[in-house]
Design a binder for this molecule. Structure first.
Ligand code: 5RP
Length: 261
């Protein structure tokens, strides 16, 4: 692997091979998402426990200081909204030149496998990979389902993750599922990172699925709403950090959460 590509990838993962990315890109289709109205304030107490920030160029430029010292994963697909016709109808919003200018460690592109815009979003991914390979920038594919949250079973996720890896993604971000997640990971030849999805009912639920997903081979998290929409985001973040990087089981994570809240 080229030096630049390897260096950027290594910056995203800790020595244990695991990662905890903090996504705050939700506004690109959801607008001022609850608790993300002022992104800089939201993430300030959380970033000491995160390994990278997943963000659009607009929020990066407007809300994050250039002295920010964690790697940036730049979301470069979008162009749709939650009130529009179809969330899958994405375009590439940001050039690779811009990603380089912003010193991004990686870029993120959504693919909507099985949607009306499957081919267009897979083209977004492949064209991004083609350009990024030239400059040694890793691409993280996001297997998105739009409003069709029920799609997230292991058969669908295996298909979507494998296609994203086949097309050149260096990391695939997907959803955890309660049955067959081991098969999703095993079928994907590049590291699989878990998103959280809408906020869970209890923190214990979050610790359980994160722990289970890691046991089944995921390398870490790109988990937002279950952290920053929680009334005790720092306590959740510390507990999840212990699960991802310290191997803490759910009971231990809950203990950490209770002692921090
Ligand atoms: C939004 C995204 C988010 O980065 C991703 O869904 C993770 O955030 P959350 O844990 O809140 O689901 O790609 O399009």
């Amino acid at each position: 692997m080229d030096w630049g590509m390897e260096n950027r990838l290594l910056s995203l993962f800790k020595e244990d091979g695991r990662c905890f990315f903090m996504p705050i890109d939700h506004g690109y289709f959801l607008g001022p998402t609850r608790c993300l109205e002022r992104p800089a304030e939201t993430i300030k107490p959380l970033m000491p426990y995160a390994d990278a920030l997943f963000v659009t160029r607009g929020v990066l430029r407007a809300a994050i200081e250039p002295s920010f010292n964690k790697p940036i994963i730049l979301r470069i697909s979008g162009g749709t909204s939650v009130v529009g016709d179809n969330l899958a109808n994405e375009i590439i919003t940001t050039t690779i030149e811009e990603a380089i200018r912003l010193n991004a460690a990686a870029v993120g592109v959504s693919v909507f496998v099985g949607s009306e815009y499957e081919k267009e979003t897979l083209r977004n991914l492949t064209q991004t990979v083609n350009e990024c390979e030239r400059y040694g920038i890793p691409v993280m594919a996001v297997t998105a389902v739009g409003k069709e949250l029920a799609k997230r079973d292991s058969r669908y996720l295996s298909l979507a993750c494998r296609i994203a890896a086949e097309l050149g993604a260096k990391v695939v971000k997907t959803y955890w599922c309660d049955e067959g997640f081991d098969k999703v990971v095993a079928g994907c030849p590049v590291p699989v990172v878990m998103a959280g999805g809408p906020k869970c009912e209890t923190e214990r639920e979050v610790f359980e699925f994160v722990y289970d997903g890691l046991q089944k081979g995921s390398v870490g998290l790109n988990l937002g709403r279950n952290v920053w929409q929680h009334p005790r985001p720092v306590a959740i973040m510390k507990a999840l950090h212990a699960v991802v990087h310290g191997g803490a089981a759910p009971a231990k994570a809950e203990e950490i959460f209770n002692s921090e809240k």
